[in-house]
Design a protein around this ligand. Structure first.
Ligand SMILES: *[C@@H]1O[C@H](CO)[C@@H](O)[C@H](O)[C@H]1NC(C)=O
Ligand SMILES: *[C@@H]1O[C@H](CO)[C@@H](O)[C@H](O)[C@H]1NC(C)=O
Ligand SMILES: *[C@@H]1O[C@H](CO)[C@@H](O)[C@H](O)[C@H]1NC(C)=O
Ligand SMILES: *[C@@H]1O[C@H](CO)[C@@H](O)[C@H](O)[C@H]1NC(C)=O
Length: 409
């Protein structure tokens, strides 16, 4: 059969390849991974395919003479989304056409919400979902709260209201959000399809009217939140109109603490540096997950970061299936296209990833690991993380920290 390379898959491929390269380069100085010249060349091949796709898809959406023409800008964004998704089979999603998923034309988008905590792999997962064409990525709506965990009052209700409004693309009354963003542009820049416009004119991102209008064009909406515990999300799950799907991303507390160790933002808040607080949240999330799965079995997916890192392909498929986003012609064609170049980026990432989640084994001292384990005994047992008995055991290659786990009440 003739290989049809649709733009949809190329675009996803580009996203994936950027991810792979990002992961690859990030850990390139790691002793576990030394890319060979061969694999570097193949990584370049990856990029080349991506570049072409990018040129094809890069329909300009902003006018540069004076102030932007909002109407035209929205019109071009509309066309771009339509174009990128022209080959997408919406019937697999249970919708007839793109319009059924677009708020502007009276539809309801496919909404996903990532709930996690700092340094648990949400950046990776967020970028993976953001790589799906037609995605509007609500990045960290609760940044303005600072380095805290929201577990209930005093901030819980307001934070939930903010999340709900944003999911409905209603940015009215969110002055705090915009004021924070004015001084911290990264609040917007992770939402790449919004940032395409704001990078030339930052004021656009702080404009509630513009943000609401552009948001309403996107059929896939995803949001990542690391400052709120799952228990509070039940209010959002109740909302039939939103029909949101939640991914709870959990990570081994030893890996989390290792990754947080040299983050200055973390030193100022016990919610970030204190293992007992982290692990109490993990227990609370477990209990909430059990309850939610009972009431809304198809609306919550629990995922351990280690599974995503060890098996990115299989796990990515599981995620797409859970979100009911059609995967056919997305990853398959991408992998198929690249098998003849040895899928260098992919295989080397598989190699790298196997080590990354367990980096703590060789970088943390056992005294500290033991402290974490004592504070996290219950949380680790619930989520299927094995204890290290002593330093030799911890550092040994045979010690595989992952165990099975089930969610039950
Ligand atoms: C879209 O998917 C549906 C259901 O999976 C299938 O029956 C249909 O043939 C597909 N349409 C196209 C154009 O591929
Ligand atoms: C990726 O996962 C999908 C679904 O499980 C599978 O069909 C495909 O062959 C996998 N590809 C690779 C390269 O492992
Ligand atoms: C072990 O690591 C902790 C946390 O990084 C540090 O505070 C402590 O001084 C270390 N202990 C030893 C014996 O190296
Ligand atoms: C360390 O733990 C391993 C695995 O439980 C055990 O076999 C070994 O005897 C322990 N070593 C010491 C020095 O306690």
């Amino acid at each position: 059969m003739l290989r049809r390379v649709n733009f949809y898959s190329i675009c996803f491929a580009f996203g994936i390849s950027v991810l792979l390269i990002f992961v690859g380069s990030r850990y390139a100085d790691n002793t576990y991974y030394r890319p060979s010249i061969e694999s570097r060349r193949n990584v370049r091949n990856f990029l080349k395919v991506g570049d072409e796709a990018y040129t094809l898809l890069n329909i300009p959406t902003i006018l540069y003479d004076g102030s932007p023409d909002i109407k035209l800008l929205l019109e071009k964004t509309r066309s771009k989304i339509k174009y990128e998704l022209s080959k997408y089979n919406f019937s697999e999603f249970g919708a007839q056409a793109l319009e059924n998923l677009v708020i502007e034309s009276g539809g309801q988008p496919s909404r996903s919400l990532i709930i996690s905590t700092w340094r648990s792999g949400t950046t990776f997962l967020g970028q993976l979902l953001n790589a799906i064409p037609g995605t509007y990525y609500h990045y960290e709506p609760l940044l303005k709260y600072g380095i805290i965990q929201i577990r209930g009052p005093p901030d819980g209700d307001k934070a939930i209201d903010d999340i709900r409004s944003m999911m409905k693309c209603d940015y009215d009354g969110l002055e705090d959000y915009f004021n924070f963003g004015k001084k911290h542009l990264y609040q917007f820049s992770h939402n790449t399809r919004l940032w395409d416009h704001c990078k030339h004119k930052n004021e656009l991102c702080c404009d509630a009217d513009f943000t609401s209008r552009i948001c309403k064009l996107f059929p896939f909406q995803t949001m990542k939140v690391v400052r709120m515990r799952l228990r509070l999300i039940q209010d959002i799950l109740k909302d039939k109109e939103l029909n949101v799907k939640v991914i709870l991303l959990i990570r081994d507390p030893r890996g989390v603490m290792q990754s947080r160790q040299h983050r200055t933002f973390c030193q100022t808040s016990a919610d970030c540096w204190d293992p007992p607080l982290l692990c109490a949240d993990m227990i609370s999330d477990y209990v909430a997950a059990a309850r939610i799965l009972k009431h809304y079995p198809d609306r919550l997916m629990v995922l351990r970061y280690e599974e995503l890192a060890l098996q990115p392909n299989v796990t990515a498929y599981r995620i797409l299936k859970f979100l009911k986003i059609s995967a056919t012609g997305l990853l398959d064609e991408f992998l198929d296209l690249h098998t003849n170049v040895d899928v260098a980026g992919v295989s080397s990432t598989f190699r790298v990833s196997k080590e990354v989640p367990f980096k703590w084994k060789n970088t943390l001292n056992f005294t500290y690991v033991d402290d974490i384990q004592r504070a996290c005994k219950e949380a680790m047992s619930l989520w299927g993380y094995k204890m290290a008995n002593n330093e030799t055991h911890m550092k040994s290659e045979d010690f595989m920290p992952l165990d099975n786990y089930t969610i039950s009440q």
